[in-house]
Design a protein around this ligand. Sequence first.
Ligand SMILES: [Cu+2]
Length: 139
Amino acid sequence: MLSSILLLACSPRQHGVTIARTGIANARVIVLTVGVAIKETGPAQTVKQFGEVYAFSPDVFAVRRDQPTQITFWNLQPDDEHDFMLTDPKNKVLLQTKFAPLSKTTFVMTFHDEGVFPFYCVMHQPAMSGQIVVTAPDP
Ligand SMILES: [Cu+2]
């Protein structure tokens, strides 16, 4: 017990985010891209008023700090690319990538700091946005 407390006190805690394409994860999230109002399926009046509207689903989800989490993005659109820009709570860009039409893209992300990490599809702003909420580790 005492030795583990000493070890905890002596090992500096990691910060930032570790992002890998593969790896062992203890949690899993699938994020879909959704065409909310698009030219192919309408409603035409909505597209006329707002332009094409897309969304991430879910757009907000929680992960545990220091828990490797597999996050897979499914781009469901047959003819639209989306991108994904993840930032830290101070808006520093951590990752920017693109999702080809009809593709699945997987990352294993480990967040080492708690907080709210915004993400965006830069092509479809402002609606296609979300947040990853990093909470305390499992007690
Ligand atoms: Cu998009």
